[in-house]
Design a protein around this ligand. Structure first.
Ligand SMILES: Nc1ncnc2c1ncn2[C@@H]1O[C@H](COP(=O)(O)OP(=O)(O)OP(=O)(O)O)[C@@H](O)[C@H]1O
Ligand SMILES: [Mg+2]
Length: 272
């Protein structure tokens, strides 16, 4: 990690020399800080402003649900937070690092080292085993085969799929496929899990299993979670709820009584 591109990104892991997880907001910059963010798609007569003056601060360890009507800008915001897209104006700081000043390669490094994604449609490679799917982001990051295998197996165990490493997506249920996708997102041991409607394709029972898993990752592994959902029952697991309306943050409130999730069963449920 000594390339020039890597240096500003590596700096993101050392916010002022403090341990960001314990130092608190006064001592270290927030994990995520959006200030006055605007996003416009297209130009001229067809221009569409999907985000309008969005401010959002998220500290390490938070679990935030993002809600709001269809077209309100939730995915646009997630894509910017996840360095999959760039803002039009305003600022995005990640652990104090001004992301809008990074070039494409630097943003990719930030993504590979600090961010994990889960999408509604799982986005797994079809003819590829669960383990190979989970290894993919580690491959992009240039990890050697033995490290990839070790981290992928650990991630599959974390989502309760240790016996399923060699199955392809077609041999897994929707809930299991989403767990593979979550394993892929956490295999790189990211600081943030960004999940865009992770339970959107699942029935209520499977949705609750996924929410319990995400809640445990946040609670027990300290991964900061930002999750988009349309379902109040799923948002109820988060400890903070942000609502987008028409490209703006219309509401930002704590959820003082999140759904309580028991510890993981000793032998994780492999039959879902
Ligand atoms: N690549 C794009 N080009 C042009 N317009 C876009 C693009 N992506 C999104 N939009 C527009 O920006 C607005 C916000 O879209 P976004 O996907 O962020 O909404 P959302 O809140 O995630 O909605 P949903 O709940 O349906 O997923 C929509 O009006 C959408 O049509
Ligand atoms: Mg969306």
């Amino acid at each position: 990690m000594s390339t020039p591109a890597a240096q500003p990104v590596a700096a993101a892991s050392h916010p002022g020399g403090q341990d960001a997880s314990t130092a608190g907001p006064a001592a270290a910059p927030p994990l995520i800080e959006l200030r006055g963010v605007n996003k416009t798609y297209g130009s001229g007569a067809t221009a569409f402003q999907a985000l309008k003056d969005v401010d959002l601060i998220v500290h390490a360890g938070e679990f935030v649900a993002i809600m709001g009507p269809s077209g309100s800008g939730k995915s646009t915001a997630m894509n910017i937070l996840g360095c999959l897209d760039v803002l039009s104006s305003g600022s995005y700081r990640f652990r104090g690092l001004p992301v809008e000043t990074l070039d494409r390669n630097q943003r990719a490094l930030l993504r590979r080292h600090f961010l994990g994604f889960v999408f509604q449609g799982y986005n797994l490679l079809g003819r590829t085993s669960a383990q190979e799917n989970v290894e993919l982001p580690l491959l992009y990051r240039g990890e050697p085969a033995a490290t990839r295998a070790r981290l992928a197996q650990a991630a599959l165990a974390q989502v309760g799929l240790q016996g399923w490493a060699h199955h392809t997506p077609a041999e897994l249920s929707g809930g299991q496929q989403q767990r593979v996708a979550i394993a892929r997102a956490i295999a790189t041991q990211p600081a943030v899990l960004l999940a865009d409607e992770p339970t959107g394709n699942l029935d209520t029972h499977r949705s609750r299993e996924i929410m319990e898993l995400i809640t445990r990752l946040n609670r027990d592994s300290g991964i900061t979670v930002l999750m988009v959902t349309h379902e109040p029952d799923m948002a109820a697991y988060a400890r903070r709820i942000v609502r987008f309306v028409d490209g703006r943050v219309a509401e930002d409130r704590p959820n003082d009584h999140p759904v309580e999730v028991p510890d993981a069963p000793a032998a994780a449920e492999e039959t879902a």
